[in-house]
Write a protein that binds this ligand. Structure first.
Ligand code: IDC
Length: 326
């Protein structure tokens, strides 16, 4: 069974056009064997901003902006004083799973794709919450078996403990990925699974040197245009030359804090390279937080039916980027 809508209001949806996706060589490929690149928006922390997961908002993103993928970012540990999946209680976890499912169902009804994101950040090594992760992915794999529009992202950004300098290595991530991919594939063999890379998902070169042995796997690259430039693009090129399938599940047009100045020139260079290489990308973030990367102005308290007046400079840029693909 498949619960994803192929036609809406007399129009073929992105899912209707592409169907279930798989990975071939370094590309994401559709049911007709055509290479696909998806473009969309990431939520901020779902635990923090659950209200933006609503049908009207996602419908506007799909219909007006031409977004064909939404990323549902669920933090795994406390951030901004809001508990994550791993450090809340059972009731908190139940609610987060329901919210995730609501987001997936909305995307399915719109016929767009969506990423379920296990958003590690302060838990810098994915092994820190590995048991909880296995529990979450077992549940998601079971509950989302009939949703062919879903992609699983199993560890947002492995990184480092800035106090001790202890880093999550590619070997740690590989080890974790083997465990979690097996948990998922025991239930569902079809989902594309995206694996984070070391140093805030910037070391795609490490993954390219020693990729996982499974099919249908992609690797995360994240960039923030005002912080990450030629050096990171060099690592991307290295990985592309080694045929590594890359997915940019998060990028910012500002600096790596999610704040700071907008860097249009570097954003242009990045997006041109991604497009030339058919790499999918998703912009950070859907919220009205008082920070550059939020697509809504801080004074916008609406949760849908946004007008151009509600959009921040990042939101305006997002609309220009997304509507190109409409
Ligand atoms: C940032 C948010 C900010 C929040 C912070 C901690 O923009 O509001 O206070 O996280 O939760 C990432 C992360 C992403 C970050 C983003 C900007 O994946 O969670 O969001 N960023 O710092 N990697 C590089 C940058």
């Amino acid at each position: 069974m498949n619960f994803v809508c192929s036609e809406r209001n007399g129009k073929v949806t992105p899912f209707g056009k592409h169907g279930r996706l798989h990975v071939d060589g370094r590309h994401l490929v559709d049911e007709n064997g055509e290479v696909v690149a998806l473009h969309g928006i990431s939520t901020h922390n779902l635990n923090y901003y659950p209200e933006y997961v609503n049908e009207e908002a996602f419908t506007q993103f799909a219909d007006e902006y031409g977004v064909d993928i939404m990323r549902l970012a669920m933090y795994t540990q406390t951030a901004d004083d809001v508990p994550g999946y791993a450090d809340t209680d059972d009731e908190g976890r139940r609610k987060l799973e329901e919210l995730m499912l609501t987001g997936v169902r909305i995307c399915a009804s719109l016929g767009i794709y969506c990423i379920v994101d296990w958003h590690i950040l302060f838990d810098y090594n994915p092994k820190m919450n590995e048991d909880m992760s296995a529990k979450f992915w077992n549940s998601m794999a079971l509950r989302l078996r009939d949703y062919d529009n879903v992609i699983f992202e199993i560890c947002n950004e492995p990184n480092m403990n800035t106090e001790t300098g202890d880093k999550a290595t590619w070997d740690d991530i590989r080890d974790y990925a083997h465990h979690i991919i097996d948990v998922i594939r025991d239930i569902d063999e079809t989902k594309v699974i995206i694996v984070g890379t070391p140093i805030w998902s910037q070391r795609v070169d490490d993954a390219a040197d020693n990729p996982l042995e499974y099919d249908n796997i992609m690797y995360t690259l994240h960039f923030y245009a005002d912080s990450h430039k030629d050096e990171l693009r060099g690592r991307m090129k290295y990985a592309i030359d080694k045929d590594l399938p890359i997915f940019v599940t998060e990028f910012g047009i500002c600096d790596a804090s999610g704040n700071g100045p907008v860097n249009d020139a570097e954003t242009d260079i990045w997006l041109k390279e991604l497009e030339a290489n058919d790499i999918s990308y998703v912009i950070w973030n859907l919220s009205n937080k008082d920070e550059t990367s939020a697509i809504l102005k801080p004074e916008c308290d609406k949760i849908n039916n946004f007008t151009s007046d509600d959009l921040s400079p990042c939101g305006e840029r997002m609309v220009r980027i997304m509507t190109k693909f409409k």
